[in-house]
Design a protein around this ligand. Structure first.
Ligand code: BGC
Length: 855
């Protein structure tokens, strides 16, 4: 039987509200018939029928969609045996560009400190009476700042930090809430608006008021009555505002101050005033994945340390705690601090939070009560509580992250590698907080481009990144500098360099504008993501080329702007100083230019831009030659040897065949000399195991992967890491941080996904699952046996459905089970070198194979 396993509009199986005029509809199929293939499909929307062949996605191209309307898409799919399946999906249009029937409002009298501070949250309120029975009602709301909504005493929606973090000068989202069931005849609507990213102090220099001088709210409630009439209630001077609410302070770094004794009844309410914004962004329906609270976590232990109760959650993560207090005294103050690690005396080590207080200060009313902040989040494993007795306190926590759908699983016979995989997933969750951040705890949590540039392929295995990354890429496009450079953090949100140098391009960090769309395209096969970002990619690569054009002779393609303008081999553990990481930028930047230009050449080819394809391919070749000429002896040996400088040209295919072989030998020597420890920074880390394994040295790749000496992936695991660290040597064997003030301003985070980019290798080589064609139309399953592993398995919920590979090795026999979704074909490559061509369905295969030890 043929069934439709997933049918989505703009990547969502339900609840899609979109301002996309040509929303993308996609589906996946399942069949119990081996080899079933999609033959044709029709999707009907708005009376318009779209006829598909074997494709499984289409953009709506019918008559213009009306705003604020619910549509049903009806799908009929037929397979090659004539079996059919049908499914419906409902989606809703947003305002589709129509202006709000409401005004921006604020508290005109409110001011707050210039530097470093965040504002006191504003609370807006309005009472509304409805005279007729309601058929349906929606709230459309946005803010300068972040907001919580309450209607008749109940929270509206479950999303945190709405309307999200965007490049506010260009893009601002509004959120749509279905409040049909929450309305009564008499209603009170409350909106608490904190400073968030737009108004509050953010980035480590604590710049505030980046997009607005104070918080502002724009909201409309649109009611359709049962008799068909419609009414809109929008924000205007009829609303009231106060700063006397119970949330006394809220910001991302410092946390929340809450006074439960405060009643809004006693507040001094003022009339709200219309507000003229400094920015004029395009308003669009939220298009990412909402940030939500996730599954509740209980502490694994509690200890008394001095006046503090120290709770351990056994897991580092981004989130918030919930306090439940019994019989509290009025005015009792409970303080909660957060930290990733402890000091030897068992107290919280908050040194690396830098200026972030990461604290909750809760003043109790009398009696039993509970509190969970909603306008901040922290990165932590431990919390220290003062001001409450253990017997009167129950404490739990909720991870906070964007609701990206989990799509990947990986496991193998080595438990430490399994923990590494879990750590990668936890660091992903912790750093997908509306934008891809670097870390969730200290005074950063910014959209550092380099981190997601290297991590995107791994992210796309573990999670459905479609909406999340598309939303972010929209801001990358918006933030691209006049000369083609990409700010180091997106949204830049007041962060300086290189926004101060409009054409400055920075290797690997700026590369995000090429590498992220490319990773999404590989995962989803949607050319639109390339088309949308093509212009940005070309302008960026042209800027890089410009900066690499100052040399003469064989230096003509060497990118060597001063190293302080780069991040180079960022956090490479084989050299201790930041300036030494940066001084490797000649190698990283030149290789980056080769890589991005070669990818843009491929993109150009896909999009039918032949001339561009030729030009960028030529550029990438010239850069390759220059790298070889300038940095090597012409025979595969670097004049200045370090791991990243070998890894990049080997993995990017920059050296001829024989020189690649020699370079691999030299890399192996270097790795052996370093006792199989890692020596790479951000640029080399994702690729080092591929550079080895794909060139005949799987043995060395596995030795590096499974090494537990410092620095290595599994050293962290052996030290009890539950997330990926920013610095390979973040903790010594005693669980203490050996890195003092080393000139990086205490840049030591224990929750940084960048070096978890090796997850890509776990899926692609260890489990062996790879998209041989973008979007998994063609899957390649080719597990790499080695490292003494006796089994491994991986699965990915791809756009076409589930792909999985599960292999084991015993008594000289390799056996594998493979699942291929309808719509895909698969080339299965067995360790004995034989190839099998598979259609959809479940398959089993085996061959003789010795484990590497036996071999
Ligand atoms: C961030 C990194 C980032 C780097 C760039 C750090 O402070 O946490 O992950 O990419 O700066 O310099």
């Amino acid at each position: 039987m043929l069934t439709i396993s997933r049918f989505t509009c703009e990547g969502l199986a339900k609840g899609c509200v979109t301002d996309e005029r040509r929303p993308r509809l996609a589906f996946s199929l399942e069949s119990d018939r081996a080899g079933a293939k999609p033959a044709s499909a029709t999707i009907t929307v708005n009376g318009h029928q779209m006829v598909l062949g074997s494709e499984q996605s289409v953009r709506y191209d019918g008559p213009e969609l009306a705003p604020r309307t619910t549509y049903t898409a009806h799908l009929v799919a037929t397979d090659d045996a004539g079996e059919t399946a049908e499914a419906d999906i409902a989606f809703e249009t947003g305002l589709l560009g129509a202006p709000f029937d409401a005004s921006w409002i604020s508290d005109a009298a409110y001011t707050f400190a210039d530097k470093g501070a965040s504002p006191v949250p504003m609370v807006f309120r309005r009472t509304l009476e409805l005279s007729k029975p309601v058929a349906s009602a929606r709230i459309y709301a946005t803010a300068m700042g972040i907001f919580d909504l309450e209607l008749n005493g109940r929270r509206v929606g479950d999303e945190l930090f709405a309307p999200g973090f965007t490049s506010y000068k260009t893009n601002l989202q509004y959120v749509t809430y279905d409040v049909t069931d929450q309305l009564a005849e008499k209603n009170e609507l409350l909106a608490t608006v904190a400073g968030g990213w737009a108004v509050g102090a953010f980035i480590y220099s604590r710049v505030n008021r980046v997009a607005a001088d104070r918080q502002a709210l724009l909201l409309q409630l649109c009611v359709t009555y049962e008799d068909g009439s419609r009414q809109t209630f929008g924000t205007d001077e009829g609303w009231e505002v106060t700063e006397d609410g119970p949330v006394r302070y809220a910001e991302f770094y410092d946390g929340e101050v809450y006074d439960a004794r405060v009643s809004l009844e006693d507040a001094t309410w003022r009339r709200a005033a219309r507000e003229t914004l400094r920015v004029s962004p395009r308003l669009t329906a939220a298009c990412g994945d909402p940030v939500r609270l996730h599954d509740r976590m209980e502490p694994v232990s509690v200890t008394h340390v001095g006046d503090q109760l120290v709770f351990d959650f056994g897991q580092n993560f981004a989130g918030v705690v919930e306090l439940r207090l019994r019989g509290a005294a009025e005015g009792q103050v409970v303080r909660v601090r957060h930290a990733e690690i402890l000091k030897p005396d068992g107290t919280l080590n908050t040194d690396f939070l830098r200026s972030a207080k990461a604290e909750l200060v809760y003043t109790c009313k009398a009696g039993d009560q509970s509190f969970c902040p909603t306008l901040t989040y922290m990165g932590f494993r431990y919390v220290g509580v003062e001001g409450a007795d253990e017997k009167d306190l129950a404490l739990c926590a909720y991870p906070v992250f964007s609701d990206v759908r989990e799509t990947g699983t990986f496991a193998c016979s080595n438990d430490k590698v399994n923990r590494l995989q879990q750590n990668i997933q936890w660091s992903s969750r912790s750093n997908f907080v509306d934008i891809p951040t670097d870390c969730p705890q200290r005074d950063e949590r910014m959209g550092w481009t380099g981190d997601i540039a290297v991590f995107a392929p791994t992210a796309c295995y573990n999670f459905d990144m479609g909406r999340f990354l598309r939303k972010w890429l929209r801001d990358v496009r918006a933030e691209q500098l006049r000369g083609g450079g990409i700010p180091n953090t997106v949204p830049a949100n007041g962060f300086g360099f290189p926004t101060t140098m409009p054409s400055m391009a920075i290797d690997f960090w700026g590369d995000a504008c090429v590498l992220v769309p490319w990773a999404l395209y590989q995962a989803e096969g949607d050319e639109e993501v390339l088309r949308e970002n093509y212009d940005m990619m070309c302008r960026y690569v042209d800027a890089c080329r410009f900066w690499a054009s100052f040399g003469v002779g064989k230096y003509r393609y060497i990118w060597h702007t001063p190293s302080f303008l780069h991040f180079g081999d960022w956090v490479a553990p084989d050299v201790p100083k930041m300036s030494q990481w940066q001084s490797r930028s000649k190698w990283t930047a030149t290789a980056s230019l080769q890589h991005t230009s070669s990818l843009v050449a491929q993109v150009a080819q896909i999009l039918g831009r032949g001339e561009d394809a030729r030009r960028y391919a030529e550029l990438s070749q010239n850069v390759s030659h220059a790298y070889e000429d300038v940095f090597t002896d012409g025979a595969g040996k670097l004049k200045n040897e370090f791991q990243t400088a070998y890894v990049l040209p080997i993995h990017f295919g920059m050296l001829g065949e024989s020189n690649t072989e020699r370079a691999v030998d030299n890399l192996v020597k270097l790795v052996e000399k370093g006792d199989y420890c890692i020596g790479t920074g951000f640029p080399g880390t994702p690729y080092i195991l591929f550079a080895l394994a794909d060139n005949g040295r799987a043995d060395v790749a596995y030795k590096m992967l499974l090494n537990t000496k410092c620095p290595s992936w599994l050293y962290e695991v052996a030290q009890g890491a539950t997330t990926i660290w920013e610095r390979w040597d973040g903790l010594d064997e005693n669980g203490q941080c050996p890195i003092g003030d080393d000139g990086t301003d205490m840049m030591i985070s224990y929750n940084h996904y960048a070096s978890g980019a090796i997850g890509d290798f776990l899926y692609k080589r260890v489990a062996g699952i790879e998209a041989a064609e973008p979007g998994y139309r063609r899957v390649r399953v080719a597990p790499l046996v080695g490292g003494g592993l006796t089994w491994a398995s991986g699965s990915v919920e791809t756009v076409l459905g589930r792909v999985s590979s599960s292999w084991k090795l015993a008594d000289g026999t390799f056996e594998i089970d493979v699942e291929v979704p309808v719509g895909a074909t698969c080339e299965l490559l067995l360790p004995d070198g034989t190839m099998q061509e598979l259609g959809s369905g479940s398959h089993h295969a085996s061959c003789a194979c010795q484990s590497d030890e036996e071999a």
